[in-house]
Design a protein around this ligand. Structure first.
Ligand code: ADP
Ligand code: MG
Length: 261
């Protein structure tokens, strides 16, 4: 279950993002974003709808190709998007991280187990027997040992999202990306999913989490990044950014989340 142990208590950098830019049809959605994530660190991205949070995650996971910027994984893989990027580079980037989506994005015609082993078997060409064994262990870890044969429509949103998390873990990524993992859930199902994510953080997984759950961010995050309009407005320790922000825009956003009426 544990990601590769660096063998050192000092946290070395896993992800370095410099000057990430992305436009859609002439509309600049990311205006030079920098993000650093050390091994074992949890970084949360917060910000209003449309600020570019999902696009950041999608660029890191190779689902979008940035217009410019450098994405570096531990000095082992450096992709500079200012120059043309090969399919191999994109595939290598995609391999480093795994995404957990807001709307789970499970294959509706596949069982929980089949959803989890799809990537390891079809993409990573691992043996099916090994992938099934690992998938069962992971499903049990999140309390879904009796759901491996269930189809998504037979599962609650919280159960589907736990399958989504297991599917990401089964890829054995270096970095987990969560895009508002609980925002589609009924309120009573949010806690189970947040608990799983917190356990993964406690186990040492490195993650970037887009979330509106400020209590979760305050408890789990090492750094909170507030984005608005495609730029990083403020970043820092959760106690500062969420309780005593420097920037007025951050304060307004946090206040509105805490006091919606
Ligand atoms: P957030 O996740 O913070 O709500 P997004 O990253 O989803 O923000 O979107 C940022 C902006 O980029 C929005 O204005 C959105 O409409 C636009 N956008 C995102 N993806 C696309 C796309 N594939 N095509 C065109 N516009 C997009
Ligand atoms: Mg989003």
């Amino acid at each position: 279950m544990l990601p590769t142990d660096s063998g050192s208590t000092e946290r070395s950098q896993l992800l370095g993002v410099r000057g990430l830019r992305k436009s859609f049809a002439g509309h600049e959605v990311l205006k030079s974003i920098d993000v650093n994530v050390s091994r074992g660190e949890v970084v949360t991205l917060i910000g209003p709808s449309g600020s570019g949070k999902t696009t950041v995650l999608r660029c890191l996971n190779g689902l979008e190709v940035p217009d410019a910027g450098v994405v570096d994984f531990a000095g082992e893989l450096t992709v500079d998007f200012s120059a043309p990027v090969s399919k191999q580079q994109l595939a290598a980037l995609r391999d480093r991280s795994a995404m957990v989506f807001q709307h789970y994005n499970l294959f509706p015609h596949k069982t929980a187990l089949e959803n989890v082993i799809e990537g390891p078997v079809q993409v990573q060409k691992r043996s099916k027997a090994e992938a099934v064994k690992e998938a069962r262990e992971l499903l049990a870890r999140v309390g879904l040992e009796d759901k491996e044969d269930s189809y998504p429509f037979e599962l609650s949103g919280g159960q589907q999202q736990r399958v989504g998390i297991v599917r990401a873990l089964a890829l054995r990524p270096q970095l987990l990306l969560f895009d508002e993992p609980t925002s589609a859930l009924d309120p009573e199902l949010v806690g189970d999913v947040l608990t799983v994510i917190k356990e993964l953080a406690d186990e040492g997984w490195t993650m970037v989490v887009v979330t509106h759950e400020l209590a979760f961010a305050r408890e789990v995050a090492d750094e909170v990044i507030f984005m608005d309009g495609g730029v990083v407005v403020e970043r820092g320790h959760p106690d500062t950014v969420l309780r005593n922000p420097r920037e007025e825009r951050t304060r307004q956003f946090v206040d509105r989340l805490l006091n919606p009426f």
